[in-house]
Design a protein around this ligand. Structure first.
Ligand code: ATP
Length: 384
């Protein structure tokens, strides 16, 4: 099978100051973004955050209010969609119902007047593992198979960039998970730049090598999935990607590379390098820690907790056994609800609702966020 891996930059997507306003409403604030050739890039955000509008501006289906779109070295801002080296796969697939799988995939080639399509179509069907289904009509296929036809039909045009607009949205959960891995495999094989729009954080993290988290028309943070998860820079990202415990704290002293904070009468240590908030002594910030990073020890065994860990005391308010882990909600003086996920390896039968506990974690897993951020964002929203 021939692959389409290239080493040039023709599949770079460069957005410069691109924005979209509808009357007085700004759907996308001026945005600068570079998606390197060959990467799997995801625009992730809640409904209405502007991700589809951004994708449509790359496709040429929406005219930007400002800024430019470049593909490789070419400025395509003024080009209509069909003249851009881009193809889009939509959630609805938009397959031709009267044509079989082979002819659906061959469509783009035939339209360009190419006569001998057999080899290319067969290669493409092999890529998406539909060789056996070539003579079926779309209605005779499962949702996942239809989705793969839509991908094959787009890829056969050798676009420099493939845009995917919630392409897995119509599939049930199990099939979605399967197709995520399948799409990732296809992208690795063909080496084309994929720009994927989704509201599903797990989907974005599974497939993409770079994720841009969008909120209210702006990219809040951009990075590799692990980086976004481990080092969120805003409260929105901390809560949109998984779950975060956020504790209000006051900045105390500096100790080497760490900041010592005060929260609920106790002290917490935060590596200065993991703090995106101002750290003036006496200032307030939010201390974050992921639920799975926390260990739970019954208060009777508190003496066994090693030195140097961040500690918070509390009482178990709720415990849910969910198989691989038990999810606890802890009522604590520093925060009324802290989430803790404990893997079910050796379960402590004393850890039941009402039990007094100590939560403790490695300070290296702590991150610091600007406490004023949400208030500022709220005021901005109100003013708009
Ligand atoms: P979803 O996941 O629901 O598709 P999204 O993040 O893709 O959401 P967009 O479709 O990009 O969001 O829309 C961003 C904002 O722009 C929304 O508030 C939407 O209502 C608004 N919007 C989109 N198209 C238009 C339009 N043609 N006229 C006015 N407002 C629009």
């Amino acid at each position: 099978m021939t692959t389409m891996k290239t080493t040039d930059n023709s599949g770079d997507v460069r957005l410069s100051g691109i924005s979209k306003t509808y009357g007085s409403f700004t759907a996308v604030h001026p945005l600068d973004l570079t998606v390197p050739q060959g990467s799997f890039f995801a625009l992730l955000g809640a409904s209405g955050c502007g991700k589809t509008t951004t994708l449509r501006m790359i496709a040429g289906l929406e005219e930007p209010s400002s800024g430019t779109v470049r593909l490789g070295d070419q400025d395509v801002t003024a080009l209509p969609p069909y003249k851009r080296p881009v193809n889009t796969v939509f959630q609805s697939y938009a397959l031709f119902p009267h044509l079989d799988v082979f002819e659906n995939v061959a469509f783009g080639l035939r339209r360009r007047g190419i006569k001998s399509v057999k080899k290319q179509v067969e290669d493409m069907l092999e890529l998406v593992q539909l060789g056996e289904q070539a003579r079926k009509k779309p209605h005779q296929l499962s949702g996942g198979q239809q989705q793969r036809v839509a991908v094959a039909r787009a890829l056969i045009n050798h676009p420099q960039v493939l845009l995917l607009d919630e392409p897995l949205g119509a599939l049930d959960l199990k099939l979605r998970r399967q197709m995520q891995l399948e799409l990732k495999r296809i992208q690795t094989e063909v080496g084309i730049t994929f720009v994927h729009v989704t509201h599903d954080q797990e989907e974005a993290m599974t497939m993409a090598d770079t994720v841009a988290v969008m909120n209210a028309g702006r990219v809040e943070q951009l990075g590799a999935p692990t980086d976004l998860y481990e080092n969120p820079q805003t409260t929105f990202v901390a809560n949109f990607l998984g779950t975060s415990n956020l504790i209000e704290a006051e900045v105390g002293t500096r100790s080497g590379d760490d900041i010592v904070l005060e929260a609920g009468g106790g002290k917490l240590v935060l590596p200065a390098a993991r703090c995106s908030a101002p750290t003036t002594a006496g200032g307030r910030l939010l201390v974050g820690v992921r639920p799975e990073k926390i260990s739970l020890t019954h208060a009777d065994d508190a003496g066994e907790i090693p030195e140097g860990r961040n500690r918070v005391t509390g009482r178990i308010a709720d415990a849910s056994f969910i198989g691989v882990s038990t999810q606890y909600v802890i009522d604590s003086p520093v925060c009324p609800e802290l989430d803790v996920y404990v893997q079910n390896i050796e379960r402590d039968s004393r850890l039941v609702p009402g039990a007094e506990v100590v939560l403790h974690w490695n300070p290296a897993h702590t991150f610091g966020l600007d406490a004023a951020q949400d208030i500022d964002a709220g005021l901005e929203e109100e003013a708009a």
